[in-house]
Design a protein around this ligand. Sequence first.
Ligand code: SF4
Length: 494
Amino acid sequence: MPRDAPYLTKSRYVQGLTCPKWLWLGWHEPAPYADPEPGSPAYVGIEVGKKAHLLFPGGVLIDFAPWQHAEAVKHTSDLMADPAVPAIFEAALEYQGVRIRVDILERLPGGGWGIREVKSSGSVKDDYIHDLAIQVYVLTGCGLDLRSIELVHIDTSYVRGAGEIDWAAYFAREDLSETVKSHLPDIPRHAAELFDILARPTHPDIEPGKHCPDFCPFWDRCTKVKPEDWVLHLPRITGPQLEKLSAQGIESIRAIPDSFELNEMQARVRTVLKNGKPWVSPDLKKALRSFGPPAVYLDFETVGPAIPLYEGTRPFQALPFQWSLHRLDAKGNLTHEEFLAREDVDPRRAFTESLIAALDGSDEPIIVYSGFEHRIIREMEALLPEYAEVLDRLAKRLADLLPVVRAHVYFPEFNGKFSIKKVGPALAPNIDYESLDGIADGQGAQTAFERIASDTLAPGEDADSLRESLLRYCELDTMAMVEVHRSLRQLAGG
Ligand code: SF4
């Protein structure tokens, strides 16, 4: 089927302002359309968008696929002409080659229309203003009497009560009329520039770097020609440093001259890569003194759903639902314990009580990798005052291995990062995150539990095997800590 002439949408407009190459690639080399996976940010966005419809009773959905634009525009036009329709969901309009789907177009009681853009986030972001501005440009271009411009987003202070969610309290509505209108004079120029980019035979020559959003789908494509020791992997590299290196044509950390100004950590990374040998601080042994063994190695997983699953919880609130614990005794015996909450009740009490049962009564250091476990234990202290004393004792036993690694060791394989996923396999080659089936990081664990708890499993997925994957993933994280600690002790000389 021949493609339409290039056109902009609200997403393409925002992508084009962020990176013209993203815009060009998205049009000329699009990925095949796929429905978002349950639990993914796009999926959650759609679910939150549907809930926002409940704020506009009697509204009618334009239920056409993205490629059925002409039919969607026709249906929108029919509904706009019908004064009995109070709101139109996914209203389709087009002006000057810009096609939009308005989340909610509200017919105002006093006449005219209001645009309601729905976002599954807790605050207003710059992109949302551009997103609204291009829609207002189209709506006013089409001759609508637009009298109100609102962003409908999640009110993160909302606490779910008993029973169903109170959607009017869950959503916050912010009038952004003045801010959006201030962007309108720039839109014809921006749109013309973006159409010009789309008409080019090749993509704009734009280097990947700090300007790239995490979710740009072309990251792998744009970076595949970069060297393994690409300068962007230098810890905390700044924009001015990158500009200077680019001006000198330097892409590889090994190629950075000694005269180039780097901070202490960056210089260490350069030296390690140039020498090809790991660096170990002479103070490592001293830094490990309070870490045992005997020791316990602990890791938590949390879930923070946009739509609260349990009474008494807020949107995006981190709720601990799983822990894994390895215990290494003075004789070198290693044992493992674990907990994974039921999904049908708030997991925090069972999580806390099982943790206390496993840990209170011993006094070894509890080794963690980041300050996350400390924060969660302190939150449980506030939630369950009857356990405050024992939780305080546990919090005081925590010993964080991450700052020790950061300050005292660097291996070329760290690639500028200090996460357990990088450090574990580098220091202990038997740690293999690639072998995990399904869940391979904290985000994956979070969405897996959320899918089980909200009964939104993907086709072919079953809750029991997902729970098993969660257990094996968390166990590997604490096993990696055991091995990292063992390797550090060896590097420190015993
Ligand atoms: S990865 Fe960066 S440079 Fe490449 S298209 Fe995306 S935003 Fe643009």
